[in-house]
Design a protein around this ligand. Structure first.
Ligand SMILES: [Zn+2]
Length: 131
């Protein structure tokens, strides 16, 4: 299952951050951005994450904050930013030129991990979930 693999990768990144951070006790929250074209099912991912996180007490209290922005492309002809969709064959709907350059939609990133440490909360950021 696609979402279980993603959840596992997210938790691996969180665990690495814990291991790497001096005095880290546990993860509080992980912020993930999954672009539209990654076809991530929110409910399945949240379910997989909440199931798998229980295997480690340092991640069992970690909340998944999932952001799923819609895709954006830049028109080849006129630099229109547009929302590429299947119905338009991913072409620019304003001038009908071909498939533009995809600006966002394929990201699948951990953008932030909040940790509780012996001293304070610490923020660590940016790691790609799946390369
Ligand atoms: Zn255009």
């Amino acid at each position: 299952m696609h979402e279980a693999t993603i959840a596992k990768s997210i938790l691996e990144i969180v665990s690495k951050q814990i291991a790497r951070t001096p005095g880290a006790l546990r993860a509080l929250q992980v912020h993930v951005v999954a672009g539209q074209f990654r076809n991530v099912d929110r409910e399945s991912l949240e379910f997989a994450f909440d199931s798998l996180k229980m295997f480690d007490q340092r991640t069992s209290g970690c909340e998944l904050h999932l952001e799923m922005p819609s895709a954006t492309a830049l028109c080849k002809e006129s630099q229109h930013a547009y929302h590429p969709c299947y119905q338009q064959a991913y072409c620019c709907p304003l001038c009908g030129s071909g498939i533009g350059k995809l600006i966002s939609g394929e990201e699948l990133d951990v953008v932030n991990v909040s940790l509780e440490t012996v001293l304070h909360e610490e923020q660590k950021d940016h790691a790609r979930v799946v390369r």
